[in-house]
Design a protein around this ligand. Structure first.
Ligand code: PMP
Length: 398
């Protein structure tokens, strides 16, 4: 008997397929705006200096490779809670905030999905339309009913009215996933006033907010990007937050992240944490140590922390400079206004508004690779060649 004869083939990740096509392209002027990793001016995804220094320290001092506990490294948890919630968060001082270390933000999302499915049965999870495609598949794998609220429409504009109109119809108790900042894939973020309105509906409808916080520091600043998360945590008794250290610490492959639970009181936190540890045991048993130890070392050391903050600021400023630079380069073609949203968006990604047909032309005629939705990774732009890209865009949109 052949056991695997009936196993069908599923298509690979379309974004990774795009990367294969990019790698195979012999054009020396090719540009990869597809894959969602930060790149510096040399096109490299660098290891931050602060990470290198922390790693040297860890190699010299690490005593054991024995397992860490189910919730991970306690120092990492303590430091990350303060980074996300703020030094003076009442939820922290009241013992209502707990951190469970996970393999990346993806692990945190899966743990959150399993927790909701197991402990809050019958609840649906609401995702923005569009959202990061893994949200769709991951929560389906956790067997959660997934629904959608409008976010960015066909006109490539943020649809706050549509978002609020849908939220007021959501059954009480359902879970709403919100991108804390730097929305992936669109780059469109809510204003402070929009967030306050969302909070009011979430509170009135008794919804549970689940924040996906994957880009802290890539929008307006480490503190600024946490604004919405902290607003909700101060206003509501119960909130879930998934935090990723992949982008802001450059630790992608070290799989470093956490699920943060805010509960109504300290006793409820222990109940929730017991469930999270039990669920994690069946997923990955205990989390990997290295990345979390690096993060804990950096955040607990004043000098390393400052160095890291400077490095995050440099990344943020490079992205902002590229956004503005591309708009300036589009100016001579009379396109600066049409693409003004690129300057207003935040984080690595931009829904450019280019159609799938235009994206295909950019790829075949100019070796510029972006996702067919029109999503571009702004960090992949080459500051020296923005004029070439603007000329190519002007040609495909005319
Ligand atoms: N959420 C969003 C919106 C993301 O874009 C990403 C990374 N692409 C993640 C979560 C998870 O990242 P990781 O698992 O690599 O930490």
């Amino acid at each position: 008997m052949r056991h695997f004869g009936q196993v069908g083939r599923v298509p690979g990740d379309p974004i990774l397929g795009l990367l294969d096509a990019y790698r195979a392209d012999p054009n020396p002027a090719k540009l990869d705006l597809g894959v969602g990793v930060y790149k510096d001016a040399e096109g490299i995804t660098p290891i931050p200096q602060a990470v290198k220094l922390a790693e040297q320290r860890l190699i010299a001092t690490e005593l054991t490779k024995s397992y860490i506990g189910g919730h991970g490294d306690p120092l990492f948890g303590e430091q990350l809670l303060r980074l996300v919630l703020g030094e003076h968060s009442p939820a922290l001082s009241e013992g209502r905030a707990g951190c469970t270390q996970t393999p990346g933000g993806t692990g945190a999302l899966r743990l959150a999905g399993d927790f909701i499915a197991r402990c809050l049965p019958g609840r649906s999870l609401w995702l923005s339309d569009p959202t990061w495609p893994i949200h769709e598949t991951l929560f389906a794998a956790a067997r959660l009913p997934v629904r959608h609220y409008p976010y960015v429409g066909a006109d490539n504009r943020l649809d706050v009215a549509g978002l609020l109109a849908t939220l007021v119809e959501i059954p009480p108790g359902d879970v709403v996933l919100l991108h804390a900042c730097c929305h992936n894939p669109t780059g469109f973020d809510l204003s402070h006033d929009d967030w306050r309105q969302v909070l009011e509906v979430v509170r009135a409808r008794e919804l549970l907010p689940l924040f996906d916080f994957a880009y802290q520091g890539f929008g307006d600043g480490l503190e600024e990007d946490a604004w919405a998360v902290r607003l909700f945590v101060e206003a509501l008794p119960e909130v879930l937050i998934t935090s990723s250290c992949s982008k802001n610490f450059g630790l992608y492959r070290e799989r470093t992240g956490a699920l943060i639970a805010i509960t109504a009181d300290a006793s409820s936190l222990q109940d929730v944490r017991s469930q999270l540890a039990a669920l994690a045991r069946n997923l990955w048993s205990t989390p990997p140590s290295h990345g979390a130890a690096v993060v804990a070392t950096i955040l607990a050391d004043e000098q390393l922390r400052q160095l890291w903050q400077q490095e995050v600021a440099a990344k943020r400023q490079r992205i902002a400079g590229l956004r503005n630079g591309l708009l300036e380069a589009l100016q001579p073609y009379g396109l600066a206004e049409r693409f003004a949203h690129i300057g207003a968006q935040r984080g690595m990604f931009s829904y450019t508004g280019l159609t799938a047909a235009q994206v295909r032309r950019l790829r075949s005629e100019d070796a510029v690779y972006l996702v067919e939705s029109g999503r571009a990774n702004v960090a992949g732009l080459d500051a020296e060649r923005l004029d070439d890209l603007a000329r190519a865009i002007a040609r495909v949109v005319s």
